[in-house]
Structures are given as C-alpha cells and as structure tokens.
Design a protein around this ligand. Structure first.
Ligand SMILES: [Zn+2]
Length: 206
C-alpha cells in the first residue's frame, strides 16, 4: 500500500500521453449546451438504459462532441439534459496515461477498507461553470457497467482519473461535487459561478 500513497501530483511533461481506450469519431456527433446547477435533470437519479440501439450510440457521439466543445474531461448525459445513466470521459491519470471511453449504467465499486486513501485536490464541473473547490476523494476508483452495445465493462483509475470516475457516477445519481462540500465551500463555489462567464453554451435555468 505504501506505493499507492507515494504518487505525486506533478503533471507529466511528455507531450504524447499513452492512450487507453478508443478515441471517438467526432464527425458523427453534435455539441449540445450544458445544463447547470439548479436544472432539475441534474438533481435526481437518472434512468437506467434499457435499449442498446442506434439512439444510444448517437447519444454517446453527441456527449463526446459536447465534452470536447466545453473542454471537459468527463460528461454525464444529464449534463446535456438527457435523463439516462451514461457518461463519457477523456481524462489523464497521474501516471501519464490518457483514458478515453464511455460507460452505461455505471455502479461504483465499494473500496476495501485498506484502499481508502484520500486525495484532497481541486475539483470543478462543467455544470458549475468557472468554479473550483478542493474536495477529498479516494485516489482509486472502479466502476462496472455496460458499453453502448450492452457488453459488460469495468473501468478503474487512480489519481485525477479516479476523481473523474467518482464525479461522473455521482452525476448520474443526482449529485454534484458541490453537494459534497461544506456549506461554506459550496456557497463560495456558487459565488465563483455567479461572477464568472462560461466559455461554452449553457442551458438557461427556468
Ligand atoms: Zn460535473
């Protein structure tokens, strides 16, 4: 376990990261505007996907294009207003590996007691534009679920990618990272959001 504690947070300077996963065909999707805190679709558990069809594949394509348009490292379906359990990611870990992919109906694995090492680092969210706050999360995460064709998948990650897997799974169960902050930090995040201007299109709240 000592080695797990020892990793540092310096970014790898190598320009070309090793890629794990399949890069999407971006010619197929359309960027959609991002929902923000207060939109009801972000604040309840999304529905399980039951149809593994062309419509689901098209949703994944749109999610990748929307994530890149907003310069995010992960995106949940409800962040483009779709009430289904799907997320996409293109996210580096702390070991110089770039992880790219999607998962349907993800469930976060419970960590064995010995694996709960907390990493306290800044976190942000496309649905809380321009805000960042430190949040402690386990530095390892694994999610199990399905791919868009219905095949079982398991994704595990460390460091920043572990944070991403937890953050995106949270979205699909109706939680934003600000829901895990102290009252004071949450208020500060919402103030940062109110004072900032997102660099991407958002869905105005009613
Ligand atoms: Zn988010």
């Amino acid at each position: 376990m000592a080695d797990e504690h020892a990793h540092d947070h310096e970014q790898d300077e190598t320009p070309e990261l090793k890629v794990v996963g399949e890069e999407p065909d971006l010619s197929k999707g359309t960027a959609r505007p991002i929902t923000v805190v207060g939109n009801p679709v972000l604040h309840h558990e999304c529905r399980d996907v039951t149809a593994f069809d062309a419509e689901l594949a098209a949703l994944v394509d749109d999610m990748f294009v929307s994530m890149y348009a907003a310069e995010g490292v992960g995106l949940a379906a409800n962040q483009i207003g779709v009430d289904l359990k799907v997320f996409v990611y293109d996210c580096p870990d702390d070991d110089g590996v770039r992880h790219v992919g999607h998962i349907v109906n993800p469930v976060l694995e419970e960590l064995p007691a010995g694996r709960r090492t907390l990493d306290d680092s800044p976190e942000g969210c496309l649905s809380v534009p321009t805000a960042y706050q430190d949040l402690a999360r386990p530095d390892y995460a694994a999610v199990t679920g399905l791919d868009k064709d219905g095949n079982p998948v398991r994704i595990e990650g460390t460091g920043f990618f572990a944070r991403c897997l937890q953050h995106e799974t949270d979205h699909l169960y109706g939680y934003l990272y600000i829901d895990r902050l102290s009252k004071r930090d949450r208020k500060d995040a919402l103030k940062q959001m109110a004072e900032g201007t997102p660099k991407y299109a958002t869905v105005p709240n009613a």
